[in-house]
Design a protein around this ligand. Structure first.
Ligand SMILES: [Cu+2]
Length: 100
């Protein structure tokens, strides 16, 4: 490789890496499930020990804002829940929540 083709190769690699980073956050709400650890209805927050959420995050325990505090009615620690998680504007929001 001459110097120019090396530069081009580096540039292509950088573009590909940047593209991969930009696409690491999935578009739209993504489905997840897990067990409720804590609920803070007054703050509109729920802590869930959740499994892998493809496109958003690996399994972890994390506190999320909910889109509407009314979604937390009847939800309590120890329940298994299915939910949808939206990543938008640099933050995560639970947009739907169902105990089962
Ligand atoms: Cu997380």
């Amino acid at each position: 490789m001459n110097r120019n083709s090396q530069r081009i190769a580096v540039l292509i690699f950088a573009l590909a890496a940047g593209f991969a980073l930009a696409c690491s956050q999935a578009e739209g709400p993504q489905p997840g499930q897990g067990m409720v650890q804590a609920v803070q209805p007054e703050a509109g927050k729920i802590t869930i020990d959740h499994g892998d959420i493809p496109g958003l995050m690996k399994a972890m325990t994390m506190t999320f804002d909910v889109a509407d505090p009314a979604m937390l009615e009847g939800i309590e620690a120890g329940q298994h829940v299915e939910f949808e998680l939206l990543y938008e504007g640099g933050k995560y929001t639970v947009t739907s929540l169902e105990a089962h």
